[in-house]
Design a protein around this ligand. Structure first.
Ligand code: FE
Length: 285
């Protein structure tokens, strides 16, 4: 048998780095298959982080023997995510770890991915000199692809990923990841929502998540101006599915358009703050 199996369906082209007979571990069974055309695969993990830490989604994209991991998270996620990945490829087979920005729930596991795999770390140029604090001296040498403010197109197997500027949404240097093969936009913190349950069910109307999405955007997104810029850029793409880094994902052009309309009209961040927030504190610990 050649190739390997993904989430128990489909088979990908031959590559010596990939396991011919992957073991279906619990983590792999937990993956949600967002897309599979037999050669290109997108897998979503929504339940690897539990307990006091905020829920976070992780994504693996595989194409013709190449693999990219998006926003892998922190140390608590590393073990189960690595085990899931090893069902498909040898640790050496991971090509890229993409970090949309520098936050702990995005890339604080950096040191572990650097030491356990031979991946390249793809990170906004703005954060390149800060992330060495997550690892040890010299370990990042020749391992970083620094993404300029204008974004990049990264090839993956026979496909590619577009790294779209998403600065100040919320981080000062920040990218969303668009996969033109699956027409999925991995939007990072944009669209993040925090429901109490029913994570795997996609959202088909915005009203389903608005109460658990709006407060986060009001505080964490920098301003309405950058929300509008991002929404207008995304309207140029064919987006069928929008997968944020937290919470439920949006499926279908209708709800994606509904979300972009909402975002483009949003007031948030510095639009909403006034001098009240900048008073000397009176509370005691
Ligand atoms: Fe963040």
């Amino acid at each position: 048998m050649s190739g390997f199996r993904v989430a128990s369906v489909g088979r990908v082209g031959e590559d010596r780095r990939f396991n011919p007979n992957p073991v279906m571990m619990d983590e792999v069974k937990m993956a949600l298959e967002l897309y599979n055309d037999g050669t290109h695969h997108c897998l979503l993990f929504q339940n690897l982080v539990t307990g006091e830490a905020v829920q976070a989604n992780q994504v693996i994209i595989l194409d013709q023997g190449q693999a990219a991991l998006l926003d892998p998270g922190g140390e608590m996620t590393f073990g189960p995510l690595r085990r899931a990945l090893s069902a498909y490829l040898e640790p050496e087979g991971l090509d890229y770890v993409l970090a949309s920005h520098q936050d702990p729930d995005i890339i604080s596991s950096l040191d572990l991915w650097l030491t356990e795999t031979s991946c390249k770390i793809v990170i906004p140029a703005v954060w390149e000199r800060f992330i060495p604090h997550f690892t040890h001296a010299g370990r990042l040498e020749d391992r970083v692809i620094s993404v300029p403010d204008q974004g990049l197109i990264l090839s993956l197997g026979d496909g590619e990923l577009s790294l779209l500027p998403a600065h100040f949404l919320h981080a000062e240097g920040n990218f969303s990841f668009y996969d033109p093969t699956s027409r999925i936009l991995f939007s990072g913190d944009i669209g993040a929502n925090f429901p109490h349950s029913v994570l795997p069910q996609p959202v088909s109307t915005l009203a389903e998540i608005l109460p658990v999405m709006a407060p986060f955007h009001h505080r964490y997104m920098a301003s309405g101006k950058v929300c509008r810029y991002w929404a207008e850029m995304v309207r140029e793409l064919e987006v069928e599915t929008l997968v944020p880094q937290h919470g439920r994902y949006l499926q279908g052009r209708q709800v994606v358009d509904e979300f972009l309309d909402w975002l483009a009209g949003l007031e948030c961040g510095i639009d909403l703050v006034g001098p009240n927030l900048y008073r000397l504190p009176r509370l005691e610990a």
